[in-house]
Write a protein that binds this ligand. Structure first.
Ligand code: C5P
Length: 397
């Protein structure tokens, strides 16, 4: 997917710049050519010599370099690329991008381009959480800039939290998804995934065993066919795929709101294991053990997200796909569920403990549509995802 693509890599000034050296190698391994641009601050972390040696080309550093301008001006530099990757993207560089500043080579070429831009932020957790940074990110997202990461974890500064730059292979996956030129190019597909957490009180919640593996694989497969994927995920075990728009939620109600915000879409795949009930009487303070008494939990029904989208009168996605995780009479129950919910397809699977499917790496499914039930052989969740993505592409063609 990256073969013979031209990637302009802007390396900002952060400690994560060392990972960008590996990123250059990973991109070139896949056949891309990399034109590096190093900011002044970036030069404090990696040397122009190492960047140039790994990229196999010269490094662009200065807006007012007469030789560079004579050879390839900054406008041409950004226009000749298939994709611009900014990694690491510092808080400062993102602020400049959001405000449209053009006072150095990196910010100028980012302003002068209409090429797709992928940003891999890296910064201290407090800087990431700051209202100014979050405001800039919203602006950039609204401007159509794509993001990968940041990840959560230990930081070079000794703190813990979101702000670690994505790993080179995650950035590569995001770049591949953006450049994917498959049958779903131009299509917008919504995917829900993972479990939901329904609070009992501030420290306790009701959850289920969904790992999010199948939904994640589906989002990745759809993006690989060129779709713009909006991935609405509950607190899953597996990390979200690169190259998709990730919306993180906790509860079923938040998931419904995120789904409504993400619509319209050409297709929607509901792979999330949404809790059927929430605790109606969730407490705002931690529930205490009381002598001789057990707490009484009152439940309320959660919204059925799949059914509400499948039965939309206006703006319904052309293809609505649900899942049916069953332990008995799988086909009969799933067929009835398709009717009841009003979706086009149901992917039915047997999640009895002995199948090892829930939380495992394989799946054994039937695709149920208005033309009956189609038995797919047991295969990896990634293969199920690829097959489903291809079927979706055929259906939307
Ligand atoms: O009714 P059941 O939970 O078995 O239906 C499973 C399908 O419905 C899945 O596609 C799941 O994502 C979706 N669902 C939903 N909202 C709910 C419950 C299930 O979207 N509240």
């Amino acid at each position: 997917m990256l073969a013979s693509k031209n990637i302009l890599l802007v390396i900002g000034g952060g400690i994560a710049a060392f990972k960008s050296l590996d990123l250059i190698r990973r991109l070139r391994e896949r056949g891309a050519s990399v034109t590096p641009v190093l900011t002044r601050a970036g030069e404090e972390f990696v040397t122009p010599l190492s960047v140039s040696a790994l990229a196999g080309t010269k490094v662009f550093r200065d807006l007012f370099d007469l030789t560079d301008e004579a050879e390839m001006g900054h406008i041409e530099l950004s226009r000749s690329a298939d994709l611009i990757i900014v990694a690491p993207a510092t808080a400062d560089l993102m602020a400049k991008m959001a405000q449209g500043h053009a006072n150095d080579l990196a910010s100028t070429l980012l302003l002068a381009t209409d090429t797709p831009v992928l940003v891999a932020p890296a910064m201290n957790v407090r800087m990431w959480d700051h209202a100014a940074t979050q405001r800039n990110i919203s602006t950039l997202k609204a401007d159509g800039i794509h993001f990968v990461g940041p990840n959560e974890g230990d930081m070079a500064c000794g703190e813990y939290g979101p702000g670690r730059m994505s790993e080179p292979l995650e950035i590569v996956a995001a770049a591949e998804a953006m450049l994917a030129d498959g049958p779903l190019k131009g299509k917008r597909v919504l995917v829900t995934s993972g479990p939901t957490h329904e609070p009992i009180d501030p420290v306790r919640y009701i959850a289920n065993r969904s790992s999010g593996a199948q939904g994640t694989a589906i989002a990745r497969a759809l993006a690989a066919l060129g779709a713009h994927v909006i991935f609405v995920t509950g607190p899953a075990d597996v990390p979200a795929p690169g190259g998709v728009e990730v919306v993180q939620v906790e509860t079923a109600q938040q998931m419904l709101e995120a789904v409504e915000t993400a619509l319209p879409a050409d297709a929607a795949v509901f792979a999330a294991a949404v809790a059927d009930w929430r605790v109606a009487s969730a407490s705002n303070s931690k529930m205490k053990k009381t002598k001789g008494g057990l707490p009484e939990l009152k439940f309320a029904e959660n919204p059925d997200i799949l059914a509400s989208v499948a039965q939309m009168k206006k703006g319904r996605p052309a293809l609505v796909v649900g899942f049916a995780a069953e332990t008995d009479d799988v086909i009969a129950n799933a067929t009835a569920k398709r009717e009841r919910k009003g979706c086009d397809w149901i992917i039915a699977n047997d999640v009895s403990a002995e199948t090892g499917i829930m939380g495992g790496s394989e799946n054994d499914v039937n695709l149920i549509s208005n033309s009956g039930s189609e038995d797919w052989p047991r295969m990896s969740k990634a293969q199920v995802a690829d097959k489903l993505a291809n079927r979706i592409a055929q259906a939307l063609a």
